[in-house]
Design a binder for this molecule. Structure first.
Ligand SMILES: *Cc1c(COP(=O)(O)O)cnc(C)c1O
Length: 221
């Protein structure tokens, strides 16, 4: 264990403590390693996490391609159909499936893939996600295409603080129960308590584990 490993393990313990204080039991922490090097993935793995979350297809390929990984990779970024082929050998769960064209591409390039359906409750442009009303039909489409739908995923609003996320989180949890799925990926560093209170089963946490990310504009995607 390096000093960096110790730091990540300590921060993970602090995140787990936040979850417990919010009343969460059995909530998984998905460490979000986007923009951080492979050492972040290894540190999270050594701290006991079984998968990492990544957002950018190019970065996933450059960082994780060509090696055998002892941990899973969840794709949590906006997914373009033309990136699926590149991702297929590396990604173990696609969390942002939000439209039939993506279902079709996944069925072709990653048959039987494990997926979550991304639900939009905020109506923010450019964030992706399927409106709540359209989720049951998308679920049917994904199952008919042979995908293994494990649950739902949602991203809270960027503005308004953690409480602004609560109504959307509650609506997505109700939807999860209505369609009878098990996994609910919701909550990030700033709103994980609210997400846990509203029934999240997996929080996606980046900055609380690895520190501040460089601004997006400086990144090669
Ligand atoms: C970056 C990202 C996260 C992690 O965000 P933090 O605020 O750093 O915890 C979680 N989910 C998605 C979809 C992200 O893009």
């Amino acid at each position: 264990m390096s000093e960096y490993d110790d730091l990540v393990a300590e921060r993970l313990a602090a995140v787990r403590e936040r979850i417990t204080r919010a009343g969460g039991v059995g909530v998984t922490v998905l460490p979000v390693t986007k923009t951080f090097g492979i050492e972040a993935c290894w540190a999270a793995h050594r701290a006991g996490c079984t998968a990492v979350g990544e957002n950018y297809a190019q970065e996933v390929a450059a960082k994780l391609g060509g090696q055998t990984l002892p941990f899973g990779v969840h794709f949590i970024g906006q997914l373009q159909t033309n990136k699926v082929r590149q991702l297929a050998p590396l990604v173990t769960v696609y969390e942002t499936v939000d439209r039939p064209s993506l279902v079709a591409e996944l069925a072709k390039r990653a048959p039987g893939a494990a997926v979550l359906l991304q639900v939009s409750t905020v109506g923010e442009v450019g964030k992706g996600g399927c409106p709540i009303a359209d989720v049951p039909a998308l679920l049917d489409t994904a199952r008919a295409a042979g995908l293994e739908v494990r649950g739902l995923m949602t991203v809270g609003p960027t503005e308004g603080g953690p409480e602004a996320a609560r109504p959307g989180f509650r609506a997505v949890r109700a939807l999860l129960d209505r369609v009878g799925l098990a996994v609910l990926s919701m909550g990030m560093t700033d709103d994980l308590e609210v997400a846990v209170q509203e029934g999240s089963t997996q929080v996606r946490v980046g900055s609380a584990l690895f520190g501040a990310r460089p601004p997006l504009s400086t990144l090669v995607r």
